[in-house]
Design a protein around this ligand. Structure first.
Ligand SMILES: Cc1cc2nc3c(=O)[nH]c(=O)nc-3n(C[C@H](O)[C@H](O)[C@H](O)COP(=O)(O)OP(=O)(O)OC[C@H]3O[C@@H](n4cnc5c(N)ncnc54)[C@H](O)[C@@H]3O)c2cc1C
Length: 261
């Protein structure tokens, strides 16, 4: 039977560009260039490697995001994923991690899955909690922050590296794993892959396709709210400590004054 892998990929604002908050204090996603979150490329890579090892497998990439988020799906398809699902709806504006995980869970259930793979964190929100919330919503085991992942005989196994020790973990499928940036270089799309991606299916679903009500998502359905935001102050010249015998002491005093030590 074919192994069904769903990879959650996020379209994020390009970190090298200028980023702003909109008037309603949500991230301004309209006036910035975006791209597939670099950390999610590792998730796509692991999915492709698992699929290559399996007798039969299908890799679906899934994103919840605005119209331009299709670019992230195209990149994942050109890396080698088989098909894509794009969840887009005006009511998603302002949705926090609780709403996003709800929509992802409904879409994953609709698509059908044996294994869900996510990145370790997005490069914009960087909460790193979505994988755990998503597994809980799906009611499947979560094996998070893996540097190595394998699937064999209906079981996913992986290695989680800590500061002082590594753990070997396993779970029966269906399950969710998140992978780290130590899991292996993500492949570059080949010219052939880019051309093939143009013909691969991309389905578009909105909230009504997933039986999600508008009140469950958006700013209204969010469990978190941003009350205020301020521009970061301009850089100042800094403090120069001249060492005339007392340099070390002055440095220590400066650090203590800033509560660094
Ligand atoms: C149009 C729009 C507006 C939004 N507005 C807000 C807002 O105002 N406030 C707010 O808190 N959040 C907002 N979000 C949601 C937010 O961008 C995050 O998706 C969500 O809060 C998860 O947080 P994170 O990215 O830090 O997740 P993390 O836990 O850091 O992400 C871990 C992994 O989860 C997966 N993942 C995360 N997000 C997505 C996604 N959207 N699609 C597919 N996979 C994903 C990726 O594999 C990622 O590597 C909005 C999203 C959209 C689409």
């Amino acid at each position: 039977m074919s192994l069904r892998i769903v990879v959650c990929v996020k379209y994020v604002p390009d970190a090298t560009g200028d980023r702003h908050f909109a008037d309603d204090l949500t991230v301004d996603r309209d006036d910035v260039d975006g791209l597939l979150s670099e950390l999610d490329e590792y998730a796509v890579e692991q999915a492709l490697q698992i699929a290559e090892e399996a007798d039969e497998a299908e890799v679906t990439v899934l994103t919840v995001g605005p119209e331009d988020a299709r670019d992230a799906l195209r990149k994942a398809l050109s890396m080698g994923a088989d098909k894509a699902v794009h969840v887009e709806d005006d009511d998603l504006h302002g949705t926090d991690v609780m709403g996003t995980s709800l929509v992802l869970a409904k879409a994953i259930e609709k698509a059908g899955y044996d294994l869900v793979i996510t990145g370790m964190a997005s490069t914009d929100g960087t909460m790193g909690v979505l994988p755990a919330i998503l597994a809980e919503r799906l009611g499947v085991p979560q094996v998070t922050l893996l540097s190595e992942v394998k699937v064999e005989d209906g079981t996913v196994t992986g290695r989680r590296d800590g500061d002082t020790a590594s753990e070997q973990l396993e779970a029966s499928l269906p399950a969710l794993v998140s992978v780290t940036d130590q899991s292996g270089e993500a492949r570059y799309p080949s010219f052939k892959g880019i051309m093939a991606a143009k013909k691969k299916p991309v389905e578009s679903w909105d909230l009504s396709d997933l039986d999600v009500e508008a009140e469950e998502v958006g700013l209204e359905g969010s469990w978190t709210a941003v009350d205020s935001a301020a521009q970061r102050p301009a850089r100042t010249a800094g403090t120069i400590v001249k060492d005339e015998g007392e340099g070390g002491k002055q440095l220590a005093e400066f650090l203590a004054g800033q509560k660094f030590i």
